[in-house]
Design a protein around this ligand. Sequence first.
Ligand code: APR
Length: 225
Amino acid sequence: MEHIVVLTGAGMSAESGLKTFRDENGLWEGHDVMQVASPQGFAKNPELVLDFYNQRRRQLQDAKPNAAHKALAGLEKDYKVSIITQNIDDLHERAGSSRVIHLHGELFKVRSTYNPSDIKPWRKDLHLGDTCERGHQLRPHVVWFGEDVPMMGKAIDTCQKADILMIIGTSMQVYPAAGLIHYIPDETQVYFIDPKPNITGSSRLTVIAEPATTGVRKAISLFNL
Ligand code: APR
């Protein structure tokens, strides 16, 4: 069975009503990303950071997978599909995708600030004073700027086995995620779907300058396997 690997970014969930990071002058829901997505920001104002993710968590409870999430889930009928997402939402899973690697963590999980592998599901608000069993403050299970990306090894292995790579809704500005494209085999076809594609051409690259919901369908119709 051919292996379709999909790298998704914030644009994938834009039509589900979740804002992207860099479309509005570098502000994420009105905040400087370094304020709410860095260890320094958390050290400086933990309350503001926890409240910010509480709002994101509540917003995600009400969001629904869009047609593009569903189209990717539907591909599993005919192909092996691996999704590598930079998104912290769970919309790929809710659409029915079974193999999802979260490079930048998951909004519905928290972890101990003392032991990063002490991770647990969490759907409600998180406050100062909410602790792990050993008494240490819990924090969002999200990869912030400057932090390690523990799922990178698995993502690289996955890209090395891609027959087709689809890249959807990402500005390709954040590393190491953006560097994954360099790990695919030479013959792998690449489809890049984004209304403002930030990538240069090569013979194996097809750029579809459309929103995810229409662009994913178009890319699938062009697969040549
Ligand atoms: N369909 C597809 N793409 C879209 C849509 C849409 N409807 N709307 C916007 N886009 C595209 C934009 O053109 C842009 O290229 O989505 C992309 C969003 O880019 P960013 O906001 O930079 O998001 P992303 O690439 O996912 O950011 C990477 O940065 O802040 C960190 O950890 C955070 O995972 C995030 C990482």
